[in-house]
Design a protein around this ligand. Sequence first.
Ligand SMILES: N=c1c2ncn([C@@H]3O[C@H](COP(=O)(O)OP(=O)(O)OP(=O)(O)O)[C@@H](O)[C@H]3O)c2ncn1[C@@H]1O[C@H](COP(=O)(O)O)[C@@H](O)[C@H]1O
Length: 106
Amino acid sequence: MTDTLARLEQTIAARRGADPASSYVAKLHAKGVGKIAQKVGEEATETVIAALSGDREELVGEAADLLFHLLVLLGAREVPLAEVLAELDRREGLSGIAEKAARKPD
Ligand SMILES: N=c1c2ncn([C@@H]3O[C@H](COP(=O)(O)OP(=O)(O)OP(=O)(O)O)[C@@H](O)[C@H]3O)c2ncn1[C@@H]1O[C@H](COP(=O)(O)O)[C@@H](O)[C@H]1O
């Protein structure tokens, strides 16, 4: 699974500088990070709607759109997927209570 996302991250990075007329990734970048963030919000909402509708196929499609646009957003902000995965790995090592404390130190 992470192989797929890592490959997609590389494809997105390679397409950033392409012609916006022939590349959706390049078209999004040309519109700026605000537009990319907006797309993530839209795809998240569509994912929620699909989950609530009970249409499994629709949910799979919307979740794929969401993950793709999230990778585009991370790339635009120069946050490598590996950094996000490392954060998830870190949390995996924490219990529920310890995780709460680690995330919200008082
Ligand atoms: N995984 C995807 C992927 N998922 C969704 N989409 C595109 O995301 C868009 C979402 O559709 P919308 O109707 O919401 O958006 P839109 O109407 O095109 O745009 P707006 O009007 O919202 O600005 C569609 O154009 C889809 O084609 C994707 N476009 C590209 N990829 C991957 O990115 C790679 C590079 O793509 P290019 O940059 O196009 O070469 C591809 O090989 C794929 O692996």
